[in-house]
Design a protein around this ligand. Structure first.
Ligand code: TRP
Ligand code: SF4
Length: 333
């Protein structure tokens, strides 16, 4: 049956320990998908170089991220987990693909424009412009049919589709077969969990995150500073849950009490402190089994490295096969 399963390629840049926004926006979804599809999980370590040349933490960050993936329920036996930099075929296909797309097309990439704005930089490096080209290589080396992504990554899947189309047309196999599928983005429903400061997104660089590994005490301490309805200053004040991010967390992690929280908040019978302590406990309980699992994994980091090496061996076999087809079609190398 394995062969008839559609292929999913999912990836993240290794940013170290993951936050609960990663879980809600991606991981939870990956875990469900692994039953019906053949999944490959890429640790996009080369991609981190596009915005940060400090490589001192890449190794540890990759291991920490893999721990969070596995603790969250990714089964590395079913779904290989591997580091991009360990499979040379990524860079090879990246080079070939970079001949198939114009600079102007890459400059139109809205995700790149966003990043330039966010990072407040005036000029970007060549490799950053080529970010989606490397991503296309990541996806197509494994002939990915589907890519689970947040909205911000959809333009990269579009570029991947374009590159696949151009390659297929220019370089069919001798028997006329086309090598690459045209992958579809699969957008996550509950894609974004806002940050503790009320910003749209949790992000390490904004320092507004709750980590998957945070225990109840840490969550409570972080939650105390969380953004709420600014007009609700004390318990008796009536609040508006719709503008409060703590309420968003209740929706996700405490659905059973949502009507009660809504009523208490808008009528002023519920105070923000109690509301925050309540949700902190719920979030902690929600992640408790994952925390337990990750603690065991963390105490045995050598095992994680073995898991990665095994995933890399399996991924490399596929990547080599694809590259030999690419070379045959291109009559090169
Ligand atoms: N660009 C993705 C992100 O920042 C990470 C990534 C790299 C990726 N290669 C990929 C995602 C291939 C999916 C498929 O989230
Ligand atoms: Fe937000 Fe809860 Fe305070 Fe209402 S009571 S403003 S939902 S923290």
């Amino acid at each position: 049956m394995q062969d008839s399963k559609k292929i999913i390629l999912s990836g993240m840049r290794p940013t170290g320990k993951l936050h609960i926004g990663h879980y809600v926006g991606a991981l939870e979804n990956w875990v469900t998908l692994q039953n019906d599809y053949q999944n490959y999980h890429l640790i996009a370590d080369y991609h981190t170089l596009t915005t940060n040349l400090d490589t001192s933490n890449i190794f540890d960050d990759s291991i920490d991220m893999a721990i969070d993936w596995i603790a969250s329920g990714i089964d590395p036996v079913k779904s290989p987990i591997f580091r991009q930099s360990k499979i040379k075929e990524h860079t090879e296909l990246f080079l070939i693909f970079s001949m198939l797309i114009t600079k102007a097309r890459l400059e139109r990439n809205p995700t790149l424009k966003e990043q330039i704005k966010d990072m407040n930089i005036s000029s970007i490096i060549y490799g950053h412009l080529g970010y989606p080209v490397l991503q296309a290589a990541d996806i197509l080396l494994y002939k990915g049919n589907m890519v689970p992504v947040g909205e911000d990554q959809v333009p990269h899947v579009e570029i991947t589709r374009q590159i696949a189309g151009v390659f297929n047309e220019k370089f069919p196999m001798p028997d006329g077969r086309q090598i690459f599928p045209i992958p579809e983005p699969k957008i996550t429903k509950f894609a974004r969990l806002p940050g503790l400061d009320g910003k749209a997104k949790m992000s390490k660089s904004l320092d507004n995150t709750i980590l998957i590994s945070d225990n109840e005490e840490i969550i409570k301490a972080k939650m105390k500073k969380a953004f709420t309805d600014p007009n609700k200053l004390r318990k008796g004040d009536k609040g508006n849950p719709d503008i409060c991010l703590v309420y968003t967390y209740h929706n996700k992690f405490n659905p059973a009490e949502v009507p009660e929280v809504r009523k208490g908040c808008s009528e002023g019978t519920l105070g923000c402190f109690d509301c925050k302590m309540n949700i902190s406990k719920k979030i902690s309980d929600y992640f408790a089994p994952i925390r337990e699992k990750r603690e065991i994994l963390e105490n045995n980091k050598n095992n994680i490295l073995d898991i990665l090496i095994d995933g890399e061996n399996r991924a490399r076999t596929i990547a080599r096969q694809t590259m030999s087809e690419v070379r045959e079609a291109m009559k090169i190398g």
